[in-house]
Design a protein around this ligand. Sequence first.
Ligand code: FEO
Length: 398
Amino acid sequence: MASEKISSNLFWVGSHDPHLRRFDIVMETKYGSTYNSYIFESNGEYALIDGSKLGFEEEWLGNIKEVVAIEKISTMVVQHTEPDHSSAIAELLKINPNIQIYGSPLAMANLREIVNHPFNAHVIKDGEKITIGDDTLEFIVAPNLHWPDTIFTYIEKQKYLFTCDFFGAHICVEPMALSAIAQKKEYAESFKVYFDAIMSPFKPFVRVGLAKIRNLKIDYILNSHGPYLDSPEAIRNAQNLYQKWAEQPVRLRKKVTMVYCSNYGYTKLIAEAMAEAIKEYDVEFKMYDIVESATSDMVADIEDADGILFGSPTIVADVIRPVYDLMNELNPFVMMNKIAGAFGSYGWSGEAVGNLLTRAKQLKMKTIDDGFKVRLNPTADDLVKAKAYAANFVNGLY
Ligand code: FEO
């Protein structure tokens, strides 16, 4: 598959991965992906922006060579070092070890650990500019989009904005211009799935990233996965969708979400008693029996909550699996500093409650007590204590 000319001084030289079915191990990529890389030329000078993945270096380097001899490239910008964009750079350096590589401090540190060989590294600062021929490349620090190392690169005179993962989509297409692809429906689906999987844990950073580029004049958004955006409508649409998806809902009341499983109904009795107590407070409250509920609904209400109560009986000395499965859907970046509580009935030794809190701490949540557990069938007195536990939990949110 060949390089593509985007305009008189800009070329797509990335690689196609049509058979990719999982990204980052867990994200389904049913339409494959691309690892986009670009060459910008100005007055005989060449800059390469973004790299490719090891295993795809033959196509990547071959596409570069269609545009310019690799030895003639003076500059490379590494906007983000996740290995899908950086692991093939070592192969490039074998051909052109003199290339000057620019990136954030963390990107340069990461790249050292990926290339495992000396290279000419230049650490950039936010707003720093470098000259390529008659043009200026400006670096915009945009952390956590999708790693802390991420930067954007803007060429004001040409109205080119390079955004790496930001505004990407896992879909393998050819040609690479969004306006030219036939798979518009699949692209729209991929764009949303990609945002949910890659960007949504970093919504505050998405909002900052959008604000940083809001006033830029942009004719092309040159991302690193899927088609690049080449029309004012596509660029406006992408920005509007990201803005909408990254919105922080304004909530005037605290929110508690309870998720639980029950085997013989004992843990459910505790859950219901706690729910009764919580409803006495002026808080928003959502409650789910995990085995009867959609994971996406539960995750949405957990991520939106200030405090989460996890309930599980102890079965064979541990939390029951559906509760762990749900907790494994949660991202520490999103869960950080939310308050966790735990409860459950047990028959033998009652490890589940402690294990729930341990998992919550691994998710970087805060705990305010040791949880609440009852041996087998809760008595009326136990349910009074469950209510007191829940009341204390709600008070702990303030
Ligand atoms: Fe496409 Fe975060 O790498």
